[in-house]
Write a protein that binds this ligand. Structure first.
Ligand code: B4P
Length: 202
């Protein structure tokens, strides 16, 4: 199994790159942002609760997103691997993910972080807000609040994976193609190492 986290601030291109990587590597894409938006579209009780947080640029409570991820892991027991996009976003979510994967006798193998300047992020999100219909992209003060939540609650998650030697930052500015190639180069290295370890074990 191969489990990857795509990490980075709002608008860094996690969703854009995930679409390419899941296809190339045959992984199941788990985007908490997409899962929450589909709950909102279906007006479920979970969606109605989540919308209150998302509209303000705040994080949805940990227990809600951890429960969603747990359900998805159960639904895809036969997957050859998962790409986690936008999750974990807090230290508690990271610890819960470790526990859930351990129960399934697997772990996170690589965390790739997209590095993009704040100026570029604001530009991208305001641009997306013109067409996406996403209430959290149209207002610059909500976007700035998402960055401060990222700095305070999400950025520390990187330390958890750095300590495990699983973290690698990748430049996230430039063409979508070039960034995909840089991510793939890194994934291929980790897969090669995994193969060598498996061969040594066999
Ligand atoms: P997410 O849906 O995860 O979205 P995001 O961080 O805004 O965007 P992403 O990084 O995926 O950017 P994208 O590729 O789309 O989160 C939304 C909200 O959901 C959160 O604020 C929170 O409230 C809630 N939530 C989600 N997960 C949660 C969790 N685990 N815990 C609690 N709450 C949670 O790219 C952005 C734009 O840039 C696009 O328009 C794209 O076309 C453009 N772009 C991409 N790559 C580019 C490039 N190389 N050059 C130029 N433009 C590019």
């Amino acid at each position: 199994m191969f489990n990857l986290i795509l990490f980075g601030p709002p608008g860094s291109g996690k969703g854009t790159q995930s679409d390419r990587l899941v296809e190339k590597y045959g992984l199941v894409h788990l985007s908490t942002g997409n899962l929450l938006r589909s709950e909102i579209a279906e007006k479920t009780p979970l969606g109605i609760e989540a919308k209150n947080f998302m509209d303000k640029g705040q994080l949805v409570p940990d227990e809600v997103v951890i429960g969603m991820i747990d359900n998805c892991l159960e639904l895809h027991r036969e997957a050859k691997g998962f790409l986690f996009d936008g999750f974990p976003r807090t230290a508690n979510q990271a610890k819960a993910l470790d526990r859930l994967l351990e129960l399934k006798k697997t772990a996170i193998h690589s965390v790739l972080a997209l590095d993009v300047s704040e100026e570029e992020l604001v530009k991208r999100l305001l641009e997306r807000g013109k067409t996406s219909g996403r209430s959290d992209d149209t207002n610059e003060s909500v976007i700035r609040n998402r960055f401060s939540v990222y700095q305070n609650e999400t950025a520390p998650v990187a330390e958890h994976y750095k300590a495990l030697h699983k973290f690698k930052a990748i430049p996230g500015e430039g063409s979508v193609e070039d960034i995909s190639n840089a991510l793939s180069t890194q994934i291929d290295k980790v897969l090669e190492r995994q193969r060598e370890e498996q061969e040594a074990f066999d």
